[in-house]
Design a protein around this ligand. Structure first.
Ligand code: BMA
Length: 346
């Protein structure tokens, strides 16, 4: 919590920011666009595809916030992006205010998109499937409040698997104290057998919340995955174009067991990426790094796509073996992860 202030943070020396950063910003979008960030990225049908968040009218000058849509871009090299003429999703009706923060997972040759949905009755996590990015079939919406769903690219033990970040507002001491969870499903619609994966107190550079970031990638040692870690400092006042912003978002890194991905078998004690570059330090909300895409290339290069300062979309790269080395085994097994069991009165 805020009494345990985290202090200065540095990025790992093993990660490199791409010299062309930001790889996508509002000036690269051919329709009204203000903040371009928190994209999902995947390799699909021989190209890289990106679905990005576009918050319109939330600029440096006082403008009227006009809402959020999801834009679509393609790339041959993962660096230079061509944005399609129109957004691919703008969900707004009597109940839904907007869909945002997309994450893409290719599974059995189809592209699945997880996203957050603001509704009149709470924040929900959605899962949709598409084959062409024109038509999205929404398969599932969580109960409120839940967000940051990411789908594994394979079934685990015959079931679909996801990471997610519910918001338990009463039971974690009040205020923010949010953790990353795992759930599984036979059909992508019904989800359950939920287990705690990573709690905020497991992460030395978080005092507020942790949650899934990009969908996990399979490596020879297990599932490698980023997470977002948030620390709050009440001495931060106006920190960006917003009136008040006391949080800092960093990217963490962990390794999950290949067969039991709710078990953390490695965790980097320091952030993989902490806000340092000017485009991460200054924008709509200063000091935000929010990864939504992670691609493991055959060469061993890992591309990590992240929203910076809730304003632009960036890319950083590292070698998979370096990232695996950063994931040290936890000092002691992280607390027992509750799941289904029989309780018998003695
Ligand atoms: C989270 C989400 C993200 C955003 C982050 C930092 O709660 O709203 O979309 O990037 O805050 O502002």
């Amino acid at each position: 919590m805020s009494e345990n202030l985290v202090g200065p943070l540095r990025s790992s020396p093993l990660i490199r920011r791409h010299p062309d950063n930001p790889v996508l910003a509002a000036d690269g979008v051919p329709y009204p666009a203000t903040l371009i960030f928190n994209a999902g990225v995947a390799r699909f049908e021989g190209r890289y595809v990106m679905v990005f968040r576009n918050d319109v009218g939330r600029g440096q000058k006082p403008e009227r916030f006009e809402g959020t849509n999801l834009g679509l871009a393609f790339s041959d090299d993962g660096v230079r992006w061509e944005v399609r003429a129109k957004p691919c999703m703008a969900w707004k009706d009597e109940e839904v205010r907007r869909a945002y923060d997309p994450r893409l997972t290719v599974l059995d040759g189809r592209c699945y998109m997880c996203f957050a949905v603001d509704t009149r009755h709470g924040l929900r996590g959605g899962i949709a499937v598409t084959d062409d990015f024109d038509r999205f079939e929404v398969l599932h919406l969580t109960v409120p409040d839940n967000r940051n769903l990411v789908l594994f690219p394979e079934r685990i033990g015959g079931r679909y698997a996801r990471l997610e970040r519910p918001f338990p507002v009463y039971s974690r001491g009040g205020g923010h104290r949010f953790d990353a969870w795992y759930s599984e499903s036979p059909d992508l619609r019904f989800w359950g057998d939920s287990r705690l994966v990573l709690a905020v107190e497991d992460v030395p550079f978080a005092n507020d919340k942790v949650g899934p970031a990009a969908p996990p990638v399979r490596t020879h040692r297990g599932w490698l995955t980023t997470f977002h870690a948030v620390d709050r400092d009440p001495t931060r006042g106006k920190n960006g174009w917003e009136k008040r912003w006391q949080k800092r978002y960093t990217a963490g890194l962990m390794l999950l067991d290949a067969e039991e991905p709710w078990r953390v078998i490695g965790l980097s004690r320091e952030p993989l990426l902490a806000p340092e570059a000017p485009y991460e330090r200054n924008g709509f909300r200063n000091d935000v790094i929010f990864p939504g895409g992670m691609i493991l290339e055959e060469s061993g290069e890992v591309k990590i796509y992240y929203g910076a300062a809730d304003t632009v979309e960036c890319l950083a790269t590292a070698h998979v073996e370096d990232l695996l080395r950063l994931c040290e085994p936890p000092a002691a097994p992280l607390r027992p992860r509750g799941s289904t069991r029989v309780l018998q009165r003695r």
